[in-house]
Design a binder for this molecule. Structure first.
Ligand code: CA
Ligand code: CA
Length: 306
């Protein structure tokens, strides 16, 4: 349990990122999907955007070309210094178009770099995957729930981006997902005119869209910001993964973050395990609404468990 020793400086740095995230999300109240421009692209972004990252950790950066097709799906191709293609996103498993991406170290004690890939998933929803190179393929890194035996993808936050940082100072990065308190007794928005318009815009999904916006009620019904989950990166196994923190590990770290955040701005943060079941269910409902029911949790396969 070494991470109880977290230093305040790191906590405050993380908390400030959390606040930046909450500021960002405040400006995204409307139930329309926003189109954000890439913010962390390389210089030649117009025609052939690319990322420089040392995907195999040999000290030499590879060039990863970003190829977006007309239907908004993306293929990445990694090239070595000789210009030889050494890895690609499998054509049958393209990734969604991103609004920002960057090279990132997930184990601070290794040269190896990964790609962080972010996309907008809803009015104030973000999705993030981390990609790694393995045997000629560029593949996402799953979050593993060792109790439920499930593999999880993508990371998700409904209040700004996920936050990535070494919260417990063991050299491996953690990913924090944020969600909404959605207090069950918060006042619902009553606006028949807006409901009519929503039915027109969302068609078959109109009823669900109304459920979302009446409960969010221009942000009043979103309540406090919730630390939904924390995952810790590991490259100890053959396939790198993020392990979901559970029980005391989660509680200790989440309490520390919530405590530090609430010192700065009183009563604005809480953690997953203090949510009502109704609020948990509604968060999941909202996520499914914005991602059109795509599954984000599957039984862990042997490949992922190794
Ligand atoms: Ca390399
Ligand atoms: Ca860590």
């Amino acid at each position: 349990m070494s991470f109880i020793k977290s230093k305040k400086v790191i906590l405050l740095a993380i908390v400030s990122v959390i606040f930046l995230g909450s500021l960002l999300s405040i400006s995204l109240k409307s139930p329309k999907v926003t189109n954000q421009k890439p913010t962390e692209t390389s210089q030649n972004q117009e025609i052939n955007p690319s990322i420089e990252a040392d995907l195999d950790g040999d000290g030499i950066k590879e060039t990863i070309k970003i190829i977006t097709s007309e239907n908004g799906q993306t293929i990445l191709e990694a090239y070595n210094k000789l210009g030889e293609k050494i890895a690609t996103v499998p054509r049958e498993k393209p990734i969604p178009e991103s609004f920002s991406y960057k090279a990132i170290k997930l184990n601070l004690n290794s040269n190896k770099e990964y790609i962080q890939w972010n996309r907008t998933a809803g009015a104030h929803q973000m999705e993030t995957v981390f990609l790694t190179m393995n045997k000629g393929e560029i593949l996402p890194i799953y979050g593993i729930d060792e109790i439920k035996k499930t593999a999880y993808l993508p990371f998700y936050s409904s209040r700004g981006d996920v936050v990535v940082g070494d919260l417990n100072e063991d050299g491996n990065l953690e990913v924090i997902e944020f969600a909404e308190e959605y207090p069950p007794d918060s006042p619902r928005l009553v606006d028949p005119e807006a409901e009519k318009k929503t039915m027109e815009v969302f068609g078959d999904n109109g009823e669900d869209a109304i459920k979302v916006f009446t409960r969010e009620n221009y942000g009043i019904g979103r309540g406090r910001k919730v630390i939904w989950s924390i995952y810790s990166f590991t490259d100890k196994k053959e396939v790198p993964s993020f392990i979901k923190l559970q029980g005391n590990e989660f509680e200790t770290l989440a309490d520390k973050l919530v405590g530090a955040a609430n010192e700065v701005e009183k009563d604005t943060f809480m953690k997953y395990t203090d949510l009502t079941q109704d609020s948990i269910d509604f968060n999941i409902f909202v996520r499914k609404f914005w991602n059109h029911g795509r599954p984000f949790e599957t039984p862990v396969s042997e490949n992922q468990a190794n």
